[in-house]
Design a protein around this ligand. Sequence first.
Ligand code: MF3
Ligand code: CO
Length: 256
Amino acid sequence: MIKYKTKEQIKTIAEGGKILSKIMDLVIEKVKPGITTGELNDYAEKLIEAAGAEGSFKNYEAAWAESVYPAALCVSVNDEVVHGIPTFDRKLEAGDIVGLDCGLKYKGLFTDMARTVAVGKISPAAKKLMSVTQEALGAGIKKVKPGNKLSDIGKAIQSVVEKNGFTVVRQLCGHGVGFAAHEDPQVPNYWPAYDTRDLTLEVGMVIAIEPMVNAGGWEVDTLDDGWTIVTADESLSAHFEHTVAVTDDGFKILTK
Ligand code: MF3
Ligand code: CO
């Protein structure tokens, strides 16, 4: 069931989104060779608490995992697509790309965003993967307006990605967000998507759009930790995400 948000609620979600985006900027400043993914999460958790917010991923229970997600920040390195678990023995190295994904609960309302950044100097191929993924997110967001459909978003993302020789992950999607970390509808990054009805976008919907893009094939596996999603062929993967509201005249990005 789709839960619509009032203009007031969207304002509050945008307040939380602004805080989240600032926290993301600060965490990204710490990304350097030698820092551990655990330290990045600790820093994010401190900033979240200082902002009077809560990390919505921490202790998240998912139907597919046996254990709760143990951190506020997902840190996914190189062939890790999403949901990488931060630890104090995983040091970042020059040449890595690292996906940072964080969700907040602020004044009772939820936001979600992700970015992928370089650690030191990276290869031109990795740079291209990141810029194409960000461009694909932008193309998807531009399709958000009342009367357009979920398929418009998915097709726009997929077209940017495939035009550049990369692939869109299919097992994971974007989602509604706002009253919970994950709500209806699912927001696929490709189309047609299995089992997904082509919903029409309406004013008051708030969705997280989050293309996950692989340099190789789109297939992914889950590691034994029950959470970390990796590319099946060990190719690099990038992830960008914004929380976006459907407004009278189109869209508003709430996480910036
Ligand atoms: N942005 C990701 C998603 O929406 C992160 C979820 S991590 C979890 O799937 F812990 F909340 F599952
Ligand atoms: Co999300």
